[in-house]
Design a protein around this ligand. Sequence first.
Ligand code: UDP
Length: 236
Amino acid sequence: MAKFKRILLKLSGESLMGEQGYGIDVKRLNDYATQIKEANDSGVQIAIVIGGGNIFRGLSGAGKGFDRVKGDQMGMCATVINSLALSSALGAVGVKSHVLTAIHMEPIGEFYNKWKAIEYLEKGEVVIFSCGTGSPYFTTDTGSSLRGIEIEADIMLKGTRVNGIYTADPEKDKTATKFDDITYDEIYTRGLKVMDLTATTMCKENNLPIYVFNMDVYGNLKKVLAGEPIGTYVHN
Ligand code: UDP
């Protein structure tokens, strides 16, 4: 893989809870911050979207009787909590970062604006986009696709808890094999659950490649940026 000038790093909220069943695991948070610092020091421009699944998901809330829109708004607030935690952890390791929100909530974060974000990135500062798209019925994967496309990122690096995309769930099917690369079309035809379809389609239609890798193994972000084939490359 080519070296990247600007990346959109998607971190899952669920991974942030580490070994705990809920909330934010400080060790995992600090591991992320240190890896991001290392990447930032290497000169790559880093924009981040972090999910909220460690705190609240609108869809599971709806299953328990919550109003879906209010549940999704709670989910978006959860992404703000995670973004603030990450921004704080980055500050502690000496990396300047800005939390940009898709919903007005100053002074917690600055209201999102593409050109402001690029201005920060070009200064070598990290930007964290929170609230996903700002609208219910979407996910932070779609928020990442949208922001990645808007800021003209070279790639979306999707940090997950598995090391790439497999033909089937490797925990359930011992014959499952991993793809080194795969097209968007093959994801549809094989019915693979990489991201939700809205997010996948946005990336396909706007030609934003994705690299799926295991972000929970310390040092993997550096390997991906160095071009080591440790995950799955998704492309048109
Ligand atoms: N959410 C939303 N609109 C968005 C992004 C997120 O309503 O554009 C809500 C939705 O309820 C979602 C929750 O925020 O369940 C947390 O995001 P997500 O599930 O994507 O987090 P992750 O799975 O990455 O931890």
